[in-house]
Write a protein that binds this ligand. Structure first.
Ligand SMILES: NC(=O)c1ccc[n+]([C@@H]2O[C@H](COP(=O)([O-])OP(=O)(O)OC[C@H]3O[C@@H](n4cnc5c(N)ncnc54)[C@H](OP(=O)(O)O)[C@@H]3O)[C@@H](O)[C@H]2O)c1
Length: 220
């Protein structure tokens, strides 16, 4: 099986790429500016916010079967932001360009490749911070962008069900990465193992579900 993972050059994306290689999968990892040399990862450049970059990737991958795409690349530009200023229109725009528009463009870019698979799957990496039920305040742009990703995934699941393409929305946990910080709860290795199990379990019967990395349902 071939899996394409965006933002695979570091953090959760890199750990997931390594876990998928260990499980015998063929891994295409995307990067923006640079990537580590890891045996088994085929690197392709993708700048998530640039439509031309999506078009170039689509062209490069033309004719190849991709079984699973994981939209992982993301930014958290407004950690702890409040209503008291500092959360600029530019931060809102950059957050949504990466975390929402970028996800949609990525899925569109590889749709023809997914359609060539017998078991096509789309995995969108959202967050527990997408939840409406659990709303502790602050970090407005990030929370709204991850809620939008959840919404994208739910609606893609509806549209793609008849084509046999399964869509899962996943919370990777609070993970020790540049984004998650050193005080986070789980390692990238544990998150990647859990996410890999979730990818295995994802099917047309479970399409549209929002799950934590460990398989527990995530609050909507
Ligand atoms: N860490 C957590 O606790 C946590 C919790 C919930 C959800 N998540 C989600 O999990 C995903 C991965 O998070 P992480 O913790 O691994 O973050 P990270 O360590 O900050 O890595 C982010 C990745 O996204 C890529 N990226 C960002 N903007 C991009 C752009 N415009 N074009 C191409 N690539 C871009 C980065 O590439 P560069 O190296 O080029 O910047 C990097 O590969 C994100 O969607 C995040 O929101 C993380």
């Amino acid at each position: 099986m071939t899996i394409l993972i965006t933002g695979a050059n570091r953090g959760i994306g890199l750990a997931l790429a390594q876990e998928q290689i260990a499980r015998g999968e063929t891994v295409i990892g995307t990067y923006r500016t640079s990537h580590p040399q890891i045996a088994g990862i085929e690197w392709q450049r993708l700048s998530i916010t640039e439509p031309a970059s999506h078009h170039a990737l689509s062209h490069t991958l033309s004719g190849r079967v991709i079984d699973t795409v994981v939209c992982n690349a993301g930014v958290y530009l407004d950690a702890g932001s409040t209503l008291n200023g500092g959360l600029t229109a530019d931060i809102w725009a950059d957050t949504f360009a990466t975390n929402v528009t970028g996800v949609f463009l990525t899925v569109e870019a590889v749709m023809a490749n997914l359609r060539q698979s017998d078991t096509p799957k789309i995995a969108l990496i959202s967050s527990q911070m997408a939840s409406h039920e659990r709303a502790p305040g602050r970090s407005y742009a990030y929370r709204a962008s991850k809620a939008a990703v959840l919404n994208l995934g739910r609606n893609m699941a509806t549209d793609l069900r008849a084509q046999g393409i399964a869509v899962g929305i996943f919370d990777p946990g609070w993970v020790v990465t540049d984004m998650g910080g050193q005080n986070a709860e789980i390692t990238v290795t544990d998150s990647a193992r859990g996410l890999s199990d979730r990818l295995n379990s994802l099917s047309i019967d479970t399409t549209g579900t929002f799950l934590q990395w460990n398989g527990q349902p995530q609050a909507y």
